[in-house]
Design a protein around this ligand. Structure first.
Ligand code: CA
Length: 241
């Protein structure tokens, strides 16, 4: 049993790029008697987790460079299941879902009360390491939400964050038509929703990576409705009727 599980002193890593918020969190957690380390960006956070073992990580989503989602995914890829409490300024359902799907354990929207943060951390520390999210699969197309890795068969496919978010949305509802609005809701923040063909552009890019090289057609266009991912992951084109 570690210190956190015992309900006592925890060693906590705070990852926050904003200096004021960073020192506020450091002070508040230290006042509670916890041992606190801070990182100003994602790479620094990842480096610290290589040299120290933490009971919990408070992770801001909006970081310069490597963002909070990516930091969490890379921790999980390394096999580190330290409880992660994500902080975000954006009050978006999509973020919440992404954070939790991506291996985060809990989620707090800024602004928040310090008491709330402390209470959530206590719960996380008691609960211990995170449960591993289920790998999503359709045929030989697989996506691991914990590590944000995608494979077609044994071939790993590198996707941009938007392509990944689109594929994840489709893979969560195989065989179901998702409208453009649903996909935008899942994948985009409010600021970038102005481009009318943003979905089409990214779907095309996604097809170029997960379908075209493999002679498959996993993503189907349903005219006037939206897009659907085939339950079988898209049979090779030459075998399709
Ligand atoms: Ca930030």
């Amino acid at each position: 049993m570690n210190a956190g599980q015992a309900g006592g002193v925890m060693r906590i890593l705070v990852v926050e790029d904003e200096p004021k918020m960073r020192s506020l969190l450091r002070r508040a957690l230290a006042e509670e008697g916890h041992a606190v380390d801070v990182a100003a960006d994602g790479e620094q956070a990842l480096a610290l987790t290589e040299v120290a073992a933490f009971d919990a990580v408070v992770l801001d989503v909006m970081l310069p460079g490597t963002d909070g989602f990516e930091v969490c995914a890379r921790l999980r890829r390394r096999g580190l299941w330290t409880p992660v409490l994500m902080l975000t300024a954006r009050d978006a359902v999509a973020d919440r879902v992404r954070g939790l799907d991506g291996g985060a354990d809990d989620y707090l929207t800024k602004p928040f009360e310090l008491d709330e943060l402390l209470a959530r951390l206590r719960v996380l520390a008691r609960r211990g390491p995170a449960p591993r999210p289920t790998v999503l699969q359709a045929g030989d197309l697989r996506l691991d939400p914990a590590t944000r890795q995608v494979w077609r068969g044994t071939v790993e496919i590198a996707l941009t964050s938007k392509e990944y978010a689109l594929l994840e949305a489709l893979l969560r509802h195989p065989g179901t038509v998702l409208t453009r609005d649903m996909l935008i809701e899942h994948c985009w923040d409010l600021a970038s929703r102005s481009h009318s063909n943003v979905i089409e552009v990214h779907i095309r890019a996604l097809r170029d990576k997960i379908d075209r090289p493999f002679g498959t057609a996993a993503i189907q266009t349903v005219r006037g409705a939206g897009y659907r991912l085939r339950r079988d992951g898209g049979t090779p084109l030459q075998e399709a009727r």
